[in-house]
Design a protein. Structure first.
Length: 313
């Protein structure tokens, strides 16, 4: 399943278009499921609509009503079940509480080789400094302006006689090359089996007495050389599934979970009728808090009293 990306813009949307057309390639790991911004008449919104991308035209941003604007934006993002936000010429500084909620899931493209020339007027400042090379950067968005980890950059030469306008036009070509590739790598980094195993490992190893081992070719987690409470499976016996397998209270609970949510839960092969249940991690919108809670419930079913006491303390 492809990652669901929302693009926020303020103007013509050329970087949005670069992301959109790249998303139509068969091997692209993301899709645009929402385009919106701070100006309901932005040309980029009309382009997205013409290309069949869902668009939400929010009321025009006004500083005095910014709380209402970001509340409406958050509602639109939630309705679109967005995994990641890509800023593409969105000319507003996101509030800290919004960034906190989407931490690690917002990226931006900036027309300089960060950390140089954060903020505006990047090309003017580069020419004034006599730089021979400029460029563009894609970075994660944090509360500090243009200060998040850099994910990718492209250099662009400064030519004799360049003006801020001519330089901006050439850097924009580089932006259109950089953004789709970097966004694709960004959305994939937590979707690989290795990344998902790391998240399962983090939750399992946080529990008292937990240790990691291997059983039947699968990474798994047990209590101090004793009982297993979690397995991680990736294409085991060619089933094509990425999942974890955890204990339930028995076959009745296993059947109830599968009946209530068959897209998430399944009956794992080779575990018999013991009540172990598979929890799929390859749906694209994994609820990692729920995953951690299921791992802990499984751990509690096999943990000795002394460890249960430590956890409750």
């Amino acid at each position: 399943m492809k990652a669901r990306v929302a693009v926020l813009l303020s103007g013509r949307g050329s970087n949005m278009a670069a992301l959109l057309y790249a998303a139509r390639l068969p091997d692209c790991p993301y899709e645009l499921t929402l385009v919106t911004g701070d100006k309901p008449d932005a040309p980029g919104l009309a382009l997205a609509e013409a290309e069949g991308v869902p668009v939400v035209r929010l009321p025009a941003y006004k500083p005095k009503d910014k709380t209402d604007f970001y509340a409406a934006l958050s509602e639109a993002l939630d309705r679109a079940r967005v995994d990641c936000i890509a800023l593409a010429g969105f000319m507003r500084i996101l509030p800290a509480d919004f960034i906190d909620r989407w931490a690690g899931r917002i990226v931006n493209i900036h027309p300089s080789l960060l950390p140089k020339y954060k903020g505006l007027d990047t090309h003017e400042r580069a020419l004034e400094a006599g730089d021979a090379v400029v460029g563009c950067s894609v970075h994660e968005v944090t509360a500090e302006l243009d200060d998040g980890p850099v994910l990718g950059q492209i250099e662009v030469a400064v030519l004799p006689g360049d003006t801020p306008e001519s330089l901006a036009a050439r850097v924009l070509i580089a932006e259109h090359q950089l953004y789709p590739r970097t966004l694709a790598a960004f959305v994939m980094r937590e979707r690989t089996p290795e990344a998902k195993l790391a998240r399962v490992r983090q939750a399992a190893m946080a529990l008292p007495g937990a240790e990691e081992t291997v059983s039947h070719g699968m990474p798994c987690f047990r209590i101090e050389g004793g009982k297993m409470f979690c397995y991680f499976t990736h294409d085991h016996h060619g089933d094509g599934i990425i999942a974890m397998i955890v204990k339930t209270s028995g076959p009745d609970e296993q059947a109830q979970l599968i009946d209530q949510d068959p897209e998430t839960y399944y009956r794992p092969a080779y575990f018999g009728t013991s009540g172990w249940v598979g929890v799929r991690l390859d749906s694209g919108d994994t609820d990692w808090d729920h995953v951690a809670a299921r791992i802990e419930l499984s751990w509690k079913l096999v943990a000795p009293r002394k460890l249960l006491g430590i956890r409750e303390f």
